[in-house]
Design a protein around this ligand. Structure first.
Ligand SMILES: [Zn+2]
Length: 412
């Protein structure tokens, strides 16, 4: 039985491969249920794709579907706005804190990109390292499999200099092709999460980014660091473990995106403790902070979900050990914070696309959008864990995965 399933899965993958070359054929993907990413549910629907784009969505029975996915649920390819695609464990099994050879580094990023794509994430934003640029371009050429990649290339922090020097660094990031500016406004949770950059430094970073038309994402844990970042005109706050009702409301009022990370990152560190412990601030004290962080995160998440009009986007802060498990964040936001499954799905699709300023091209299933779509085993509106059982992945009209639902369950 297992053998049969494996054979079926292999057949599906081999069978799928020619579509990489069949860019101008029409592909019809049918399922009993389609979520469009903006909150709409279509029953008995067919997504019609030509080349890299969706040309229409039809409802009613389909007798000529290229892929009849039956009881699977189709949704837009998921988006993770915060995944450290280069982080990996070394050949000794330990976290690779120092760079290895360029070949080891880029191959690790490539492996992570591939498993992330197969987990249903067709776009990710990496808060950045320099070889992201080569990876981004290799994936964009359309042959090497991976999610669409956006990167900050580097980061700014309290050691980035005077406000003038910071403004110069932001301009250099733009010249170097950064998609976003990553800013550290506070210490790590392992060091207590207090504000580290001055208000002047934050205003220089986000002010210049705004002047250059660059987006910003800010690592901030303490309420002070969140408030200072929002007041400096920054667009997105990451983590926010110690966010209070006040700063959650401030973000909502100012239309600042919030990306809490409650389902993957700390759980992954604790699960892989032996692989990190003893490196930098991954020490007993740091792990004690992270253990406490689980409950603090859960309480914060409840408050965030209860904050009206807060634009919460899906990001995981995936590091070594977490790649391919990105969808656990969606499950945990629903489980811990009581977020409605549909809202959690929107946060990982159309709203995440909006935060990336890509909402006219990805994150929604509609005519004219990129054909980035996945199918999951089950109905995520009644069982959110369905988002972790990805049976079908198409990106830009190419099929990268097509396995039987039984395979998705066996692989969990
Ligand atoms: Zn991060």
């Amino acid at each position: 039985m297992r053998r049969m399933r494996l054979k079926a899965a292999l057949f599906a993958l081999v069978f799928a491969a020619p579509t990489l070359l069949a860019q101008n054929q029409t592909i019809r993907i049918h399922a009993d249920s389609v979520l469009d990413g903006t909150g709409k549910v279509l029953r008995n629907a067919t997504v019609v794709v030509r080349g890299s784009k969706i040309t229409s969505i039809e409802t009613g029975n389909s007798t000529n579907a290229t892929y009849n996915l039956g009881q699977l649920t189709i949704l837009p390819g998921m988006i993770d706005v915060h995944a450290h695609i280069g982080w990996h464990f070394d050949r000794d099994g330990r976290y690779a804190a120092r760079p290895g050879t360029p070949a080891q580094e880029i191959l690790s990023s490539a492996e992570n990109a591939y498993v992330t794509l197969l987990a249903g994430f067709t776009t990710i934003q990496s808060p950045g390292q320099s070889n992201d640029v080569e990876l981004r371009e290799a994936i964009a050429r359309g042959v090497f499999p991976g999610p669409r990649l956006l990167t900050s290339i580097r980061q700014l922090n309290e050691r980035s200099g005077t406000p003038d020097e910071i403004r110069q660094k932001v301009r250099q990031l733009k010249t170097d092709g950064a998609d976003v500016v990553k800013i550290f406004a506070s210490a790590s949770i392992r060091d207590g999460g207090k504000q580290t950059m001055t208000d002047d430094q934050l205003q220089a970073a986000c002010g210049e980014a705004n002047a250059q038309g660059l987006r910003t994402m800010v690592h901030a844990h303490s309420p002070e660091s969140i408030r200072a970042s929002v007041n400096a005109g920054c667009q997105q706050i990451e983590h926010g473990v110690f966010a209070t009702d006040d700063v959650l409301k401030l973000m909502a009022d100012k239309g600042v995106y919030f990306d809490p990370n409650v389902g993957v990152v700390l759980q992954n560190y604790l699960k892989n403790r032996d692989k990190y412990n003893g490196i930098g601030n991954y020490n007993d004290e740091g792990f004690a902070y992270m253990e406490k962080g689980l409950a603090i995160n859960a309480a914060m998440m409840k408050k965030a979900v209860a904050t009206p009009n807060l634009k919460m986007v899906l990001g995981t802060d995936a590091v070594a050990g977490a790649h391919g498990h990105n969808a656990d964040e969606i499950v945990e936001r629903v489980r811990q914070g009581g977020q409605k499954p549909m809202d959690a799905i929107i946060s990982a699709t159309s709203l995440a696309a909006q935060s990336l300023r890509l909402d006219k091209t990805i994150g929604t299933l509609a005519e004219g959008y990129e054909a980035d779509l996945i199918a999951v085993d089950g109905d995520p509106l009644t069982d959110i864990t369905a988002v972790t059982r990805v049976a079908f992945v198409m990106k830009g009209g190419n099929v990268y995965k097509h396995v039987s639902p039984a395979t998705t369950r066996a692989n969990r």
